[in-house]
Design a protein around this ligand. Structure first.
Ligand code: FPP
Length: 262
């Protein structure tokens, strides 16, 4: 490693140790990884080069999140609306997904990370679908970090699936409450996100974790996803630590936190 880079790496490491020791670390961080296309355009590269660099960044951020003590990391890699993109770009993203599953599953195991998926795997080639399911199965015993990939995911589709599943279960209308809904969502085994990060300067939720984000804190940054490094993850965690979370209650009363998925 180049000396300057190594020095920078040590600085970030010290910063991470400080943040982990001093700040309340969010248990669940969810990230809308946006700006790959603009990152590529700024460099005169094809959009897929942006997705490739964005994907390489996933390992950096996963490693940093685990070191900070984040327990759940959820990354939005593909929205149900992304099928509207040009076929060439979709094919490229699917190829990147296949490569990343093939290449990174051993690393996830080495890091003690468990891979999960939310969304629908329908629409993927059977081979790719099987590879994703196999990676999920291979990492299922790990518990240092739960890494959830939101792929072919959108919040509204998730709510539709939940309503259908509640009706199919024969639950009476009167019995439907927050807990029933939460247990029929794709995220039934995940706590709600404490912190949602969106990169690339957009100030939107764009159909991500609509139900689950009711009390999340948001961190918006102009940084494009491939450039969002561990240093800025630390900054987001520090910022989270400065927020006063009231869950609709009064200042300083932790019992005001919602009962479902607290
Ligand atoms: C947004 O950039 C990014 C996405 C469409 C999803 C993120 C995708 C990756 C990180 C690569 C795929 C990863 C996996 C694991 C398959 P954008 O294209 O919307 O950027 P723009 O808004 O600048 O055009």
């Amino acid at each position: 490693m180049h000396a300057a880079t190594s020095e920078q790496g040590e600085k970030v490491q010290t910063e991470m140790n400080l943040v982990a020791a001093e700040s309340p670390v969010p248990r669940h961080v969810a990230i809308i990884m946006d700006g790959n296309g603009r990152w590529a355009a700024q460099r005169g590269l094809p959009r897929l080069a942006g997705h490739q660099h964005g994907t390489d960044n996933i390992r950096r951020i996963t490693t940093a999140a685990a070191e900070l003590g984040v327990k759940y990391l959820t990354l939005w890699a593909f929205s149900t609306d992304n099928w509207r993109r040009p076929k060439h770009e979709i094919d490229g993203i699917l190829r990147i997904l296949a490569e990343v599953i093939e290449r990174e599953t051993d690393e996830l195991n080495r890091q003690g990370a468990q891979l999960r998926h939310i969304g629908s795997l329908d629409g993927l080639e059977p081979e790719l679908r099987a590879a994703v399911l196999a990676a999920i199965d291979r990492t299922r015993h790990n518990d240092r970090l739960i890494l959830t990939l939101a792929f072919n995911y959108s919040g509204r589709q998730e709510l539709i699936a939940a309503v259908r599943s509640i009706i199919a279960s024969g639950t009476s209308a009167a019995a439907v409450d927050e807990e029933v809904i939460a247990t029929h969502l794709f995220t039934r085994n995940l706590p709600d996100p404490d912190l949602i990060v969106r990169t690339s300067g957009e100030y939107r939720i764009s159909n991500f974790l609509l139900w689950q984000s009711a009390y999340s804190e948001f961190y918006f940054t102009p940084t494009l996803w491939p450039d969002f490094g561990p240093d800025e993850l630390c900054e987001a965690v520090r910022e989270f630590g400065r927020r006063d979370r009231r869950f609709g209650g009064v200042h300083g009363d932790p019992s005001a936190a919602p009962l479902v998925n607290r």
